[in-house]
Design a protein around this ligand. Structure first.
Ligand code: BGC
Length: 739
């Protein structure tokens, strides 16, 4: 009898349901495996594609048959994954099923706004719903595992990957990361509509020097622990099954060879028991970092540091066996890595049925369900941020005689999906802004000109654009970046709207000095809009809003939906202010409020210290009044809580959602503390004229931080507190923490 069959029988007799402990099964399987087969589980390669879809490439077939591959990325579809899985199950010695992973980042087929946009909804339910839908669609195409969420805090708008995260705040990244994990993994991984989540990129990748991708990060342990690590800890607490080590070095040690972050913190402190995959060839890249002398050395460092799986780097497959034989890597590390990977496969139910994610009916009937598209429309609208609305030029009226829609993104159906759009079709499926507004206006009310491209300097379309702008009653410009300008390897040193678009905006304003101009922006990062705020009346930031983005944008422009999104990242006045973020430190020479120009203070001589748009900013078509902030007590103890409440009234004429933000400032600490820190938020709905009291409960736990001895705790003293519509406020209330 072949061992493979022996093993399947073994699993069959042990398998009586999903809830039992898999450890015994995994151990019995590991006992049957050769060292190279165990190493094989730690190896991931990429699927092959041709024009007709996925196919089994010669190398992949060989590695699978030999038991030299545990997982694949970029392999999907019922046909593709069945062909591959069949080789693993029927032709390898032990028949261990493969794990299929893919970058399902903000949707799989139905694409939601880019993650930075999604975070601007401050809506954890929506984040969870979007990742649930993504998991439904991805798993229906054979995918078991997504490389998401990205929970890299970033204060770097030059860094293209800021588009993939939840912005600059720690608390928000914690909460949003947990919501993604819940959505992807569901509450029962054995269900074939769930996928393993992956917390990435561990760690501090978002702090790349000068915003250049893959660049060096250097920081003290205090900043690492207080700012960059917490979202990863939150993901562990939320039950995330996998982690991805990053490309960057941290304080001189590449994060894919960093024992301190991978073993001491992740395993020993946090007790993470899932597996860690490297980023794409990040183990090999330790050679270029100058940390490993060759690929053998890189394999040694990666495994010893705690990276369980090598993503496409070939170094584990080729070198780990010799390294174990030479005593340079302990076999116990290989056993542990293999065990964790097998455990994940057990949890997914792949040993009960390796084909359980391979289902023609689900594949044919899951993508783009009408309810998914409806959700995508709702979420895209909730993620957009109304940055400016002078003289209430928005919402537009459907009765306007004619509106000129101008810009390279008006009819776009490709960039609108943003970067990392998985299997979302660029073109065809996506609803452009033009299509969206066509639901509201008759053809004779719409004038259109592209005007220019995003990147080249061809001005031949300017004349037509200016001419239609002069004929119309209202002007809407739809401009921004293309989708390649954010995401991986898309750092910019210039944060302006790219190309000659700013020039066209200027010319349109000059030709229409008194006409209302609205700028709809699609982009993957905070932009420098210092000129545009003076040239246009309204600015609606829709990010890259996804498949239903054009429809959602139209819903906002015409007021069917009242904007409610708020920024999760600061928009600077210019690139020289970067890094600029709301929760900075005070310095020893803060600028006096009454005299910001005073000499020898911490300021610039050319621009104010303040950003153009603050963290938490976002307008609505209605107005909210905050009043009566009350604290249940001004004294908090280690064992008590206090309640902070505020009355919020919708004083306008339209119903709307408001994102209410709780900020605290620890006035004196054994290490200096940020000038304000987000500690809570609530999204509430208020009918016009309605008031609600919003209450937050505060305990000593909320005030903890890592001190200079790297002890996580609270310090007694005075704290300032505010409940506000954005981070732009002055504290007026305090409480004390006593022991
Ligand atoms: C990216 C990861 C991604 C991986 C697999 C890398 O280049 O940094 O975020 O998950 O590729 O596609």
């Amino acid at each position: 009898m072949k061992l493979r069959f022996l093993y399947i029988i073994l699993c069959g007799t042990l398998s009586t349901g999903f809830s039992q402990n898999y450890e015994a099964k995994v151990d019995s399987l590991i006992n049957l495996m050769t060292l190279q087969e165990k190493i094989g589980q730690t190896v991931m390669y990429s699927g092959h594609w041709d024009q007709t879809g996925p196919f089994v490439g010669a190398d992949n077939g060989k590695y699978i048959r030999e038991g030299n591959m545990g997982a694949m990325l970029n392999a999907m579809s019922v046909k593709g994954t069945r062909d591959l899985q069949k080789i693993a199950v029927e032709e390898s010695r032990l028949g261990i099923p493969l794990l299929f992973g893919y970058d399902v980042i903000h949707g799989h087929r139905t694409i939601f706004p880019i993650n930075l946009g999604l975070s601007a909804s401050w809506d954890l339910k929506m984040v969870e719903e979007s990742s649930r839908i993504a998991a439904e669609e991805a798993s229906a195409e054979g995918i078991h595992w997504t490389f998401a969420p990205m929970i890299d805090v970033s204060r770097e708008p030059r860094w293209g990957r800021i588009s993939e995260g939840a912005g600059e705040d720690v608390f928000l990244n914690n909460e949003i990361g947990k919501a993604y994990v819940r959505g992807f993994q569901g509450d029962d991984l054995s269900q074939p509509n769930t996928v393993l989540a992956c917390a990435k990129h561990y760690v501090a990748y978002g702090a790349a020097q000068a915003g250049r991708d893959y660049h060096t990060t250097n920081m003290g342990e205090g900043e690492l622990r207080n700012v960059y690590l917490p979202p990863f800890k939150a993901a562990v607490d939320a039950g995330v099954e996998t982690f991805m080590s990053a490309f960057n070095e941290l304080n001189g040690v590449p994060t894919s060879g960093n024992k301190f972050t991978l073993r001491d913190i992740l395993r020993d402190e946090w007790k993470f028991d899932g597996f860690v995959v490297s980023d794409y060839t990040s183990i090999n890249e330790m050679i270029q970092h100058g940390f490993a002398k060759d690929s053998i050395d890189a394999a040694r460092i990666g495994m010893n540091a705690g990276v369980d799986m090598d993503m496409v780097g070939h170094v584990y497959r080729l070198h780990l066996k010799t390294l174990v034989e030479e005593g340079k890597v302990s076999e116990a590390y290989i056993n542990d890595a293999c065990k964790r990977i097998l455990l994940a496969k057990f949890k997914l139910g792949l040993f009960d049925d390796p084909y359980r994610y391979i289902d023609e009916l689900r594949e044919a009937n899951t993508a783009y369900k009408p309810e998914f598209l409806a959700k995508a429309r709702e979420i895209a609208a909730a993620s957009s941020v109304l940055l400016q609305n002078n003289n209430k030029v928005l919402p537009l009226s459907k009765k306007t005689k004619s509106i000129a829609f101008i810009g390279p993104l008006v009819k776009d159906e490709a960039d609108i999906l943003g970067n990392w759009a998985a299997k979302g079709e660029r073109g065809g499926k996506a609803v452009s802004v033009f299509e969206g507004v066509s639901e509201y206006l008759k053809a004779n009310q719409i004038l259109y000109a592209k005007g220019c491209d995003i990147l080249n300097d061809d001005r031949s379309g300017f004349e037509e654009a200016i001419s239609i702008s002069q004929k119309a009653d209202q002007i809407v410009l739809v401009m921004g970046e293309n989708h390649h300008m954010s995401g991986e390897a898309a750092s910019r040193t210039d944060l302006k709207i790219p190309g000659i678009q700013p020039e066209l905006i200027k010319k349109i304003r000059e030709a229409n000095p008194n006409k209302n101009i609205t700028l709809v922006l699609m982009n993957g990062r905070p932009l420098n809009l210092s000129d545009e705020v003076n040239l246009v009346d309204a600015i609606l930031e829709v990010w890259f809003p996804g498949t239903m983005g054009g429809a959602a944008t139209a819903d906002l422009l015409f007021g069917t939906v009242n904007p409610s999104g708020k920024l999760t990242v600061t928009f600077p006045r210019n690139v020289g202010q970067v890094p600029i973020y709301y929760n900075m430190k005070n310095t020893g020479r803060p600028i006096p409020e009454n005299n910001p120009k005073q000499d020898y203070k911490s300021n610039y001589i050319d621009v104010p210290n303040t950003p153009l748009f603050v963290f938490g900013h976002g307008l609505s078509y209605t107005k909210f009044r905050y009043s009566d902030l009350k604290l249940s007590s001004e004294n908090l103890t280690f064992s008590s809580t206090i309640e902070a409440s505020v009355k919020i009234t919708n004083t306008g004429n339209i119903d709307g959602f408001e994102i209410v933000q709780l900020y605290i400032h620890d006035k004196v600490g054994s290490v200096t503390r940020p000038v304000k820190e987000l500690k809570g938020f609530q999204k509430i709905f208020l009918k016009k004229g309605e008031s609600k009291t919003v209450t937050f409960t505060i305990s000593a736990e909320d005030l903890k931080f890592y001190n200079s001895d790297m002890i996580y705790g609270v310090e007694i003293g005075e704290f300032e507190i505010a409940i506000a519509p954005s981070s732009d406020f002055k504290f007026k209330h305090t409480f004390n923490l006593n022991d």
